[in-house]
Design a protein around this ligand. Sequence first.
Ligand SMILES: Cc1cc2nc3c(=O)[nH]c(=O)nc-3n(C[C@H](O)[C@H](O)[C@H](O)COP(=O)(O)OP(=O)(O)OC[C@H]3O[C@@H](n4cnc5c(N)ncnc54)[C@H](O)[C@@H]3O)c2cc1C
Length: 349
Amino acid sequence: MSGEVLISGAGVAGMSLAYWLHRQGYAVTVVESAAALRGAGHAAGFRGAAIGVLDGMGLLSQMRDHATEMGAIALIDADGKPAGELPVRTVAGDLEVLKADVTRILHSSTADDVSYVFDDSITAIYHDEDGVGVAFARAAGRRFDLVIGADGVYSNVRRHVFGPHRDFVRHLGMSGVGFTTANRLGLDRESLLYRAPGRCVHLFSAGNPNRMTVSLWVATHSPDVDRLDRDTQERLVRERFAGVGWEVPRLLKEMRLAPDFSFSSACQIIMDRWSCGRVVLVGDAAYCAAPTTGMGASQALIGAHLLAARLMETAGDHTAAFPAYERELRPYIAENQAKGAEAAKAFAT
Ligand SMILES: Cc1cc2nc3c(=O)[nH]c(=O)nc-3n(C[C@H](O)[C@H](O)[C@H](O)COP(=O)(O)OP(=O)(O)OC[C@H]3O[C@@H](n4cnc5c(N)ncnc54)[C@H](O)[C@@H]3O)c2cc1C
């Protein structure tokens, strides 16, 4: 097959789709707004069919070499005393790899064949029956046969083609701060979870034994908190954790100094359709089920594989391939989104 494809977003969905479309003969360009590959912080869990997709890409053994191999998640009480265990599979799936390793592996498996443009972003999309004209913030404008939005929960392609974020983002009532700090608890491929109604602390260390990853989740009313400045976000988290003992006061102080501070709300993306003409969405951009499910990476990988397969079967006829991709994937997404909503409800109580 021949044709020029633009993918917005060098995440799991974007890079795995780039892999498959290049193999089918497309000339693939990936535009990524970040200056370099992203992925520090949390892990990506692969489950079920996603393992087969990794195998089909010839990446399974490389991913397995980087498995976090975490033990069970130790539940602790407000004094830091053991209060039970969660099976590791609940969060990690069948194979868990740090997201930084996942993106590095996906990128190196495609870098020779796919044109990556970092530090740029789409500023306008004009589509007609014959193609899609795209303007960029930095590069000169170009025409493509297909444009794919794989640019995450706050998808730029979705905003340009389908409408504003508020039409599609369903807030699940919780938002989280993430950062890393010194592994002073000596966690060794272990994670600790403290839960109370409306707040939760998750600590884990894998990969780098000197550092631990901290997530502090709090109840929130709107995803608009994602857009607030860091000081306000920190204040919100400090207020919600006021009076909690154990490691929390120290973690709150460390949050203040963390250079890798991030803040994001648990949201789902709910859309009536994932394509419009020659433009289609994949991964979190189209159907995020929320981080509470641990399904995000699997959904991204499976969706990208299915979309590429339907394009191949239809000899690149997007009018047949896009609806077929959507029809087949929807039941799987609906199931995951139902689980994500349940998990978020449990957080609040
Ligand atoms: C706090 C947190 C914890 C999580 N924990 C887990 C977990 O334990 N297990 C798990 O499986 N999943 C987890 N996830 C979810 C998982 O990271 C995502 O669901 C998964 O990576 C989806 O991949 P994606 O490629 O669709 O989107 P993303 O990984 O979000 O990638 C989107 C890419 O698009 C880029 N982009 C954004 N805007 C633009 C633009 N304007 N132009 C160009 N590029 C753009 C971004 O920089 C990014 O590189 C977690 C998510 C969060 C936020």
